[in-house]
Ligand binder design. Structure first.
Ligand code: ADP
Ligand code: ASP
Ligand code: MG
Length: 809
């Protein structure tokens, strides 16, 4: 049982450890391998560096190390005698350590040897504390049996000697609990203290388990098990129940810190299962790693990454077909003790790319430029340079083997999110696909992959909502109230990561609190359109959707830029789709090219499925011949509500009060709103048309539209008498007014028409909209779509539906 730094780091955790070990030891022999108290190894190294660099604060740092151990001991060992024995022992070690630090401060030189000695104190002390804590436990000194030798300046395990010594020390022991300090070791030839590398306690435990043929190796840490991705980067990473040795090796070799990579091999060879368990939650199942692979129905098991990658490319046309270039590359690098973890060579053979750690990059370039000096000077090859600030990501799983389409899915997901793959590699074993990207895209990359391979329990969309007028605020309310249901029933998490109004904006990549966003917004700093754009783009979040609930032209002008950054756009705002045809088609083109969405269903008929229906008809080969429609909920409401008691001016005011009209009702009355909608429908039906091409027959004199809005409200009542007169006449003829938009044979028009009771538009109640589509398939009996055509909540619901459409791709 190996307990990591976090498991011995605090009073609570170490008491848990005691409970876990004592309960296991009640019916079997256990070896407990412990790390230093969490964070102590780093602190020991930092203090040493401060001492050699003449920073006197090292004394204070050292004192903190002392206090940390003292406090832990007095809190967990209540028995006075035992406590003071332990304190004495520990203080002796701490004194030695202090002497070393004081010496370092004088000689100003930190050798690897003294660093190895210094870090050993962490485990030497922690193992004494744990031994004192557990009843009947004995402490064995790891230096007596974990032996290393030095190769290329690194300590590596001297396995034969270690094997022999472990048997010597353990074979006949009767102790029920033996505590061993992890990580530390000793040189096989002399007394020098060495270690197994950072994170090496896992390895100590694996070596003991394998050599002594333990039933199981348990790694106790601070998470519930091996997770699908680094939980510090992916909020919804979750525990993997089972991994094969191969999968676990692939994942930890590639940065999954939970297990130190060399740990797996010895236990794999001895076929001993590994369990990863949580000291803070011992009842959780944890992860089992053993020799079989389990099909849990998922294509991949986990994702890991290394973020300090450099990519070196050896290239030149002179390399094509030349035998032995790769052999020279790898020999030169091996001689310099540089390890390469990703290799990509195209079949044309004119370039080979190598992924390696940033620390090795400079040396690697030097070595390769020397190796190929002659070819470079003759111009056959280019000199080798490193590209930095890259990350390597690996997706891992035995299910990927012989499964077609995984790379396709991977690259499609990355492409849709604007993530460019710089190099990639998949070995013939097909259990790992690795690729290199820019480091700034790492978080986003891990998130999108996690999301799209259904590793996440739910899919996430990250929303920026712009505009919190009637539609925007209704949308936020609907999202807030549907959130839990969507998560549970649809596996979808809608995360609102930004909210903006015309002056302010708030952002939080973890999701904004929707209960008090208005206050937060008013207290936030001013935000103009440029900052809004920059914040959204720089957040660089995965699965982003920009939702425009404004009626603002400046906001609409952001779409092209946002779409070009792979941000989906859902617009209730009609300006973009109805502006000049060039803009409209460019936006559609960018979205199509980038495999993302630009949706605006609510531009026409609020929540009614008009645009989607037209799209479906066209996509299935139909042709739209004619469109006739009442597209203004506002105007329909106005003409329906007109009566002896409600004159025109009053009807307009009512339409505004009920939230049917545009914020400025003149946009409805002058027909502009209907023209915009007709233009959008005609374009979606496949016709190229501009607003100016639509013939507008107005029913309100132009002069009312020219002045200020106040002027409009002041003059409107002047029309009341004329409209009342006409209304009475119309009632006598048993006809209704309808403001009808038409498109046929390349011509569009809008006009106030009088329809009798045989016309399908006659019975159109309230603010409803109606659209009559005559198509090649629906010719004799045109298709009719009818229903609420205005109102904040139906519009918001339509926007919501567009968002859901993006979630479902
Ligand atoms: P210990 O001190 O117990 O050795 P480590 O810090 O070495 O603990 O390893 C555990 C940590 O590894 C977790 O707290 C987690 O943040 C991190 N980690 C990174 N990748 C993964 C992963 N795929 N699964 C689980 N934990 C991971
Ligand atoms: N204490 C050592 C380290 O921090 C070893 C370990 O924790 O496994 O690297
Ligand atoms: Mg560890």
């Amino acid at each position: 049982m190996k307990f990591g730094g976090t498991s011995v780091g605090s009073v609570n955790s170490i008491l848990n450890l005691k409970g876990i070990v004592e309960s296991a030891a009640s019916n079997e022999q256990v070896i407990v391998v412990v790390s230093a108290l969490g964070g102590i190894t780093d602190k020991l190294i930092r203090t040493a560096n401060m001492a050699v660099n003449g920073d006197n604060a090292f004394n204070k740092e050292f004192q903190e190390i002392v206090t940390r151990h003292h406090e832990l001991i007095s809190a967990i060992i209540p028995d006075n005698a035992r406590c003071s024995d332990l304190l004495q022992e520990v203080d002796m070690l701490l004194n030695e350590l202090n002497n070393i630090y004081q010496g370092l401060a004088l000689i100003n030189n930190l050798t690897p040897k003294s660093e190895a000695t210094i870090v050993s104190y962490g485990e030497r002390i922690s193992s004494r504390i744990v031994t004192a804590l557990i009843d009947g436990a004995a402490r064995f000194n790891a230096r007596n049996f974990i032996k290393t030798e030095t190769k290329h300046g690194k300590y590596i395990l001297a396995d034969e000697k270690t094997d022999r010594l472990i048997h010597q020390h353990f074979d006949n022991t009767k102790e029920q609990v033996i505590v061993v300090p992890g990580f530390i070791a000793q040189d096989k030839e002399n007394d020098e203290i060495t270690n197994l590398g950072r994170g090496g306690s896992d390895y100590t435990a694996a070596i003991l388990a394998a050599t002594l043929k333990a039933d199981c190796l348990e790694i106790w840490t601070d998470v519930d098990g091996f997770m699908t991705a680094d939980p510090r980067v992916i909020n919804n990473a979750y525990t993997i129940g089972h991994l094969s040795y191969v999968e676990a090796t692939e994942l930890c070799n590639f940065g999954a810190k939970v297990v130190y990579p060399p740990t797996i091999y010895p236990v794999f060879k001895a076929n001993i299962p590994i369990k990863i368990k949580n000291t803070f939650n011992p009842d959780a199942d944890g992860t089992v790693i053993d020799d079989h692979s389990e099909d849990e129905g998922r294509l991949i098991k986990g994702i890991s990454s290394i973020n300090d990658t450099d990519l070196l490319t050896v290239q030149g046309l002179g390399m094509v077909g030349v035998v032995g270039v790769n052999q020279r590359i790898f020999r030169a690098l091996a001689d310099a003790n540089i390890s390469v973890f990703l290799v990509a060579q195209a079949s044309s053979e004119n370039s080979t790319s190598l992924g390696l750690r940033h620390v090795d990059a400079e040396k690697a370039c030097e070595v390769l430029n020397k190796e190929f000096e002659k070819e470079i000077s003759m111009g056959l090859m280019e000199s080798v340079r490193a590209t930095s600030e890259l990350s390597t990501v690996a997706i891992v799983g035995e299910n990927m083997r012989h499964n077609a389409g995984i790379i396709g899915k991977l690259f499609q997901t990355l492409g849709r999110n604007g993530i460019n793959v710089i190099a990639c590699a998949q070995g013939g074993q097909e259990t790992n696909i690795s690729f290199v990207i820019k480091s700034e895209l790492l978080r986003k990359t891990l998130n999108v992959i996690h999301d799209s391979f259904f590793l996440s329990e739910y899919k996430v969309l990250n929303l920026f909502i712009c505009g919190i007028g009637t539609v925007g605020s209704s949308l936020i309310e609907q999202i807030a109230s549907q959130k839990e249901k969507l998560k549970k029933e649809h596996g979808l998490k809608l995360n609102i990561v930004g909210i903006a109004n015309s002056r302010h904006a708030i952002f939080d990549r973890e999701g904004l609190d929707l209960t008090n966003y208005r206050t937060a917004l008013s207290e936030s700093k001013e935000c103009d359109i440029k900052r809004l754009r920059d914040e959204i783009i720089h957040m660089n979040i995965f699965n982003p959707v920009f939702v425009d609930c404004t009626a603002n032209g400046e906001v609409a002008s952001l779409y092209a830029d946002l779409l070009s950054h792979n941000i989906n756009v859902v617009a209730a705002n009609k300006i973009a789709a109805s502006s000049d045809y060039g803009t409209y088609s460019t936006l559609k083109h960018i979205a199509r090219q980038r495999n993302i969405k630009f949706l605006f269903e609510t531009n026409v008929g609020a929540g009614l499925p008009i645009i989607n229906t037209i799209n479906d008809l066209i996509n299935s080969g139909d042709k739209i011949l004619k469109i006739e429609a009442v597209l203004s909920g506002t105007l329909n409401f106005i003409f329906n509500v007109l009566s002896k008691d409600v004159p025109l001016s009053e009807a307009v005011r009512l339409a505004q009060e009920k939230g049917y009209s545009e914020p400025d009702p003149r946009i409805d009355l002058c027909g502009k709103d209907v023209i915009r909608k007709l233009v959008i429908l005609a374009r979606e039906a496949g016709y190229s048309i501009e607003q100016g091409d639509v013939e507008a027959n107005l029913f309100i004199p132009q002069e009312l539209f020219d002045g200020s809005i106040e002027n409009f409200w002041a003059k409107l009542p002047q029309l009341d008498a004329r409209f009342e007169e006409e209304r009475q006449q119309l009632a006598a003829e048993k006809k209704h007014w309808r403001f009808i938009a038409r498109y046929e044979n390349g011509k569009g028009s809008v006009s106030l028409s009088k329809v009798d009771d045989r016309h399908p538009f006659y019975h159109l109640e309230g603010s409803n909209n109606i659209v009559l589509l005559t198509t090649e398939r629906y010719k004799e009996y045109p298709m009719l779509i009818q229903g609420y055509g205005a109102g904040a909540s139906v519009t918001a619901a339509g926007v919501f539906a567009d968002i859901m459409r993006i979630a479902n791709i």
